[in-house]
Design a protein around this ligand. Structure first.
Ligand SMILES: C[S@@+](CC[C@H](N)C(=O)[O-])C[C@H]1O[C@@H](n2cnc3c(N)ncnc32)[C@H](O)[C@@H]1O
Length: 238
C-alpha cells in the first residue's frame, strides 16, 4: 500500500518550500498536479528544478476554468466528474505506491486538493505537508507587517457579492483579498465605500518571477490570476 501525499509548495519562490516538501518531491516517483489545458501549471513550475526525470507525471487538466460561469449548473457537473475521475485514478496508484500531489501555497488553504481529499477520505492513506501561503509571501513583499497588537485580520474572496464584500472589508483592521480577476472593479468600489482604497496594496505574482507590488489605486484595469490585495493593520490597542 502506498499513500497520497499532498505537498504544499509555498507561494512561488522554490526557496520558500519546506525541507520536507523538497525531500518528498525529489524522491517522488509518481507526481500529480492541477493545470489549465495545454499549460504546465504553476505548482509543476515551482518544482521544475528538483523533480526526477524518471517520475511519472499526471497533469490533471481542468475541463473548464473561466469559459462557463461559476453559477452555471454545467460548471459544477463538469468539475464534479473531473474530481471524481482523478480521485479514482490517484487511489489506484496509491494502492501500490506513494503518489505526490503538488499544491501551491498551503493545501488546506483554498487549495483545489480539497476536492480530492474529500473524495479520497477512508479509501487511501493521506498525508498533507503544509506550506507558506500565497498571502504570506505577498504581504512580506510589501515590507510591512500585516497585523500587530490586537488587529483582526479578515481574508475574503473578491468573488463574494458586493454587499457582503463591503461589509467584511468595513469590519476589519487588516485585510487580504484573493481571487480578484474580473472582480477588480467591484473590489475597488467596496474598498472605496469603507474608506480603505488609499491604504490598499496590490501584489501580483508574489515571490515569483515578475512580482509586482504597487498601491491598488495605481494598478491597471486587469490583474493576473496570481494577485492578492492587502490592507495592513495599524496595530489595534487592547
Ligand atoms: C485557489 S487559491 C490557492 C491558495 C493557495 N493554496 C495558498 O495557500 O495561497 C488561488 C488564489 O490565491 C492567491 N495567490 C496564491 N499565491 C499567490 C501569489 N504568490 N501571488 C499572488 N496571489 C496568490 C490568488 O489570489 C489566487 O487567486
Amino acid at each position: 500500500m502506498g499513500k497520497v501525499i499532498c505537498v504544499g509548495l509555498g507561494p512561488g519562490d522554490p526557496e520558500l518550500m519546506s525541507v520536507r516538501a523538497d525531500r518528498l518531491v525529489r524522491a517522488a516517483r509518481h507526481v500529480a498536479y492541477f493545470c489549465k489545458e495545454g499549460r504546465q501549471g504553476h505548482a509543476r513550475q515551482i518544482v521544475d528544478g528538483i523533480i526526477s526525470p524518471d517520475a511519472v507525471e499526471y497533469s490533471m487538466e481542468y475541463p473548464v476554468t473561466t469559459e462557463i460561469p461559476l453559477d452555471d449548473p454545467r460548471y459544477n457537473e463538469m468539475m464534479a466528474a473531473f474530481y471524481a475521475d482523478w480521485s479514482a485514478k490517484i487511489a489506484t496508484v496509491a494502492r501500490d505506491t506513494d503518489i505526490v500531489v503538488l499544491c501551491e501555497g498551503d493545501p488546506f488553504f483554498y487549495g483545489s486538493f480539497m476536492h480530492l481529499h474529500a473524495r479520497l477520505q477512508g479509501k487511501v492513506e493521506i498525508e498533507i505537508v503544509p506550506g507558506i501561503t500565497g498571502m504570506s509571501g505577498c504581504w512580506t513583499s510589501t515590507g510591512q507587517p500585516i497585523t500587530w497588537g490586537d488587529d483582526v485580520l479578515t481574508v475574503v474572496m473578491a468573488t463574494l457579492p458586493e454587499a457582503e464584500l463591503s461589509r467584511r472589508i468595513g469590519d476589519t483592521d487588516a485585510l487580504v483579498v484573493m481571487k480578484i480577476g474580473r472582480n477588480l472593479p467591484k473590489l475597488r468600489r467596496a474598498l472605496e465605500k469603507s474608506g480603505k482604497l488609499q491604504q490598499a496594496w496590490l501584489i501580483e505574482r508574489g515571490t515569483m518571477p515578475g512580482q509586482k507590488v504597487q498601491r491598488l489605486v495605481d494598478a491597471g484595469e486587469s490583474v493576473p490570476y496570481f494577485s492578492i490585495a492587502v490592507v495592513h493593520g495599524q496595530g489595534r490597542r487592547p
